[in-house]
Design a binder for this molecule. Structure first.
Ligand SMILES: [Cu+2]
Length: 343
């Protein structure tokens, strides 16, 4: 993973900086490596998605960039995924003496063979951010109160590097389906449930791109669907889920709120995986997201969140069931079936 970050104080008010930052319409003028931008009409809001053709390491890459946080005038975040790369970047704006402090953080994951370029791309990305920050500082400090058009263009370049240049961001958990052996995926998927159930279940693979539909590897007859290990998560976490869970999963993949029924899901393969107990889309531990290891378990989703009342919402130290993602539309009951620990 490539991580970059940087910050700069801009001699302009918060609203101006945010407005500037959130306007995709001029992206091709600013964004390094961008050949073309489509779908940038209308005001930017949560969920706004643009398509870009980007040049990276001498190749043209088609990518989709989506606004995943939009809190004017303080914060916005972008996520995108293409075949070779996934990325996320986030901006936080704070009032500062003399204007606005802009903090940028970006993460990128290269996929497949592109991983070979990771070191190269990482160094390039870090250098780029560093260079842009210094140029901005130079331009703005030379020019007192009003950034010159050149200064604004440089700022824009910084922003857009952070926004959508693929070297700086990262992909969705769902969107990292590296092609692998189909039979191996099927047997891994089937390991999630008792053999009698898994034998008649359909097997699907995770979508290649975030938001796309899962790919069927094998049809089934008993209403259950098994998925192999989710590639982006740590550990081994295949699952076999019924139709109610499948509709939950479709909603999860599409970042929609599910319309839950009563559903049963098996994640009883030996092993387990690490993840957040509070944030359905977290990919790494934070101070608040209750990151932890979940061994083999069964999951129950219920049609009414009130039915979850009374269960613990954290992994109980004394064992037993609890509610994962409590307080979110993705809340469900986790029932451990063995004491397997992280190895
Ligand atoms: Cu689970």
């Amino acid at each position: 993973m490539i991580r970059v970050s940087g910050s700069v104080v801009i001699n302009r008010p918060l609203d101006t900086v945010f407005g500037f930052l959130s306007d995709f319409a001029n992206a091709p003028k600013w964004q390094k490596g961008v050949v073309e931008v489509r779908g940038a009409d209308g005001p930017t809001r949560l969920g706004t998605t643009i398509q870009e053709t980007v040049r990276l390491l001498g190749r043209r890459i088609e990518t989709e960039c989506r606004v995943v946080a939009f809190e004017p005038p303080r914060r916005m975040a972008f996520e995108a995924s293409a075949a070779a790369i996934g990325y996320r970047s986030e901006f936080e704006l704070k009032p500062a003496a003399g204007g606005t402090l802009v903090e940028m953080r970006g993460e990128a994951n290269l996929k497949g063979w592109w991983r070979l370029f990771e070191l190269l791309a990482g160094a390039e990305a870090r250098q780029e951010v560093h260079g842009e920050l210094n140029r901005i500082k130079t331009v703005l400090e030379a020019d007192g109160r009003t950034p010159s058009p050149a200064g604004m263009a440089t700022l824009a370049t910084l922003m857009m590097i952070g926004l959508c240049l693929p070297t700086l961001a990262h992909g969705q958990a769902m969107a990292r389906n590296t092609s692998g052996d189909k039979e191996a995926k099927i047997s891994n998927a089937m390991s999630a449930a008792p053999a009698s159930l898994a034998a008649r279940a359909a097997v699907m693979d995770w979508p290649v791109k975030d938001g796309e539909h899962p790919v069927q590897l094998r049809p089934g007859t008993n209403g259950y669907t098994c998925f192999p290990d989710m590639p982006a998560t740590q550990g081994n976490d295949p699952m076999c889920i019924d139709q109610a869970w499948m509709s939950w999963m479709d909603a999860y993949i599409a970042h929609r709120a599910p319309n839950n029924g009563f559903g049963i899901g098996y994640m009883t393969a030996p092993g387990g995986a690490a993840g957040s107990n509070t944030d359905p889309y977290a990919e790494k531990p934070t101070a608040k997201n209750e990151w932890g290891f979940d061994g083999p378990h069964i999951m129950i989703v219920l049609p009414d969140a009130r039915l979850l009342a009374g269960l613990p919402t954290k992994r109980p130290a004394g064992g037993g069931p609890w509610v994962m993602y409590g307080g979110t539309p993705y809340a469900h009951v986790m029932i451990p079936v063995s004491d397997a620990k992280q190895r």
